[in-house]
Design a protein around this ligand. Structure first.
Ligand SMILES: [Zn+2]
Length: 495
């Protein structure tokens, strides 16, 4: 199908010059077929088009952690307080993807959250359907983990921090050695990624290996994933050095350095995206850059879980590519991509006379470099003939109502004022995903209502359950406060 999108203003390459005025974008076969000036249509300046935003790291929370009792906290304590119920994967993903689309996101990495490996194939089917229903691009990262379910190190050392009753309740989930009880063997977790890909992969739905993080995967598993990624030319998406405690445990456990270790097992390649990288050293950034790795920066999530600020200046100094993700934890818990982009920009723009993170560089990260985490493509982020027809159109007039000047730089205006409420249209691969500010594919309020109805039936949390989760949270806090992770124990699996 060929159709034409008219834009009063087109920011073909945000931050690299003013918008073009009165533009017709001809769209065919999922690509931009032509960009031309419209002589017969003179717009009011009201709508501005740019490439759709890329969420380079997320988990697709239809049910947000706070709703499940997971108030923000230090990362490890927050994780210990959460138990994610399985309500209806298709519905939950549809709600999550729908919210992202309404915020201007056309592509997202979805690190799937179920930790029940034996349900993953069925859940992937639901997420794939949700992605197709909503219409955004989704990179489905299959979670793989086989160690350290509660803390980094000796799991049994957590027992003294628990009450006798909680010890009994958690006993079965606390392993003696490194392996997680009742978990599908790691080699099967790796193998099933290919069967999920065979069943569901398409241009808009990419399947990736998702080792959750080096502290959560045994060495042999990471090596196996590196081999499988090379053999199948499939991307890998992994959390790395998110919190100070991960830095400390990995430093104690890997004398050669964790990034050097990942390189030794063959995991560092242009096919790899690492999420967070808050605690990467300069030397590690240089090695990652040399291997062509991309980092997904998650500013709000890192602030909310007290992980710190990613060293963007260090990334830029070493030529390490980075994109931006929301990690399901935007600043106001609302997945507002533009507001988070503004926060990142301001936090990293420095105090000098010249900008440390100029808008062109910011948008290059948000578009081109972030998109590498989706399907490895390096052709995203400019609206030119032949480019992917992935666009977001915002109500520009609503941002300028009080202007007394004729022409301000559009990128400055967007970075100062744009939020999700300005998003009017989103186009992905030439298809309208958002039209007149509403989703084209699903009825979001109805889906949210149905999700909440079901969640209240199957996942309502009693005061006793909530109190138990809070005790778990405090036990984990006390364990780390006791410095157990500094010993770097429980690295090697018992044979
Ligand atoms: Zn994450």
């Amino acid at each position: 199908m060929t159709w034409t999108l008219f834009a009063d203003r087109l920011l073909a390459a945000p931050g690299r010059g003013p918008a073009e005025r009165n533009v017709n974008l001809e769209i065919a076969g999922g690509r931009i077929a032509g960009v031309s000036r419209s002589d017969d249509r003179r717009g009011s300046g009201g709508r501005i088009a740019l490439p759709a935003m890329v969420n380079a790291h997320d988990h697709g929370y239809g049910l947000r952690p706070l709703a499940l009792g997971g108030a923000d906290d230090a990362l490890e304590c927050w994780i210990a307080s959460l138990t994610r119920p399985t309500v209806e994967p298709r519905l939950e993903a549809a709600v999550a993807f729908g919210r992202m689309a309404l915020a201007g996101v056309g592509a997202t990495v979805h690190c799937h959250n179920s930790l029940a490996a034996d349900r993953l194939e069925a859940e992937a089917a639901g997420v794939a359907r949700a992605a197709a229903d909503v219409g955004i691009r989704v990179a489905f990262s299959c979670p793989i983990r086989d160690r350290n379910p509660w803390v980094y190190g000796d799991q049994r050392a957590l027992l003294p921090y628990l009450t006798a009753a909680d010890r009994a309740a958690m006993g079965a989930t606390i392993p003696d050695g490194a392996a997680i009880p009742d978990e599908m063997p790691a080699h099967r977790q790796v193998e099933q990624v290919e069967s999920i890909a065979a069943a569901h992969e398409s241009e808009l739905f990419q399947v990736q290996y998702g080792p959750i993080g080096p502290q959560w995967c045994q060495d042999a598993t990471l090596e196996r994933i590196a081999e499988a990624s090379a053999e199948n030319n499939r991307r890998v998406h992994m959390h790395l050095l998110e919190s100070p405690r991960q830095r400390q445990w990995l430093d104690a456990a890997y004398r050669q350095g964790i990034v050097r270790f990942l390189d030794d097992v063959g995991l560092l390649s242009p096919r790899l995206t690492v999420a967070h990288g808050v605690h990467l050293t300069g030397e590690e950034c240089a090695l990652l850059a040399e291997r062509g790795v991309t980092v997904a920066v998650n500013t709000s999530s890192n602030l909310r879980l007290r992980s710190g600020l990613a060293p963007l200046d260090r990334f830029m100094r070493h030529g390490l590519r980075f994109g931006f993700g929301l990690d399901g934890g935007a600043h106001d818990d609302d997945q507002d991509y533009f507001r988070d982009l503004r926060l990142t920009w301001r936090l990293h723009n420095g105090t000098d006379l010249n900008q440390a993170l100029p808008p062109a560089r910011l948008f290059e990260a948000a578009h081109a470099h972030g998109f590498r985490s989706i399907d490895g493509g390096d052709d995203y982020g400019a609206v030119v003939p032949g480019a992917r027809a992935d666009l977001v159109v915002l109500d520009y007039a609503a941002m300028c109502e009080d202007f007394l000047v004729p022409d301000l730089d559009e990128t400055d205006v967007l970075l100062t004022r744009a939020t999700a409420r300005h998003v009017r249209e989103v186009v992905v691969a030439g298809r309208k995903v958002v039209s007149h500010g509403a989703l084209a594919g699903i009825d979001l309020p109805a889906a949210e209502g149905e999700l909440m109805d079901r969640a209240r039936r199957v996942a309502a949390i009693t005061p006793e359950q909530l109190a138990y989760r809070q005790r778990r949270r405090e036990a984990v806090r006390a364990w780390y406060a006791g410095g157990h992770h500094l010993e770097g124990g429980a690295v090697d699996p018992s044979p």
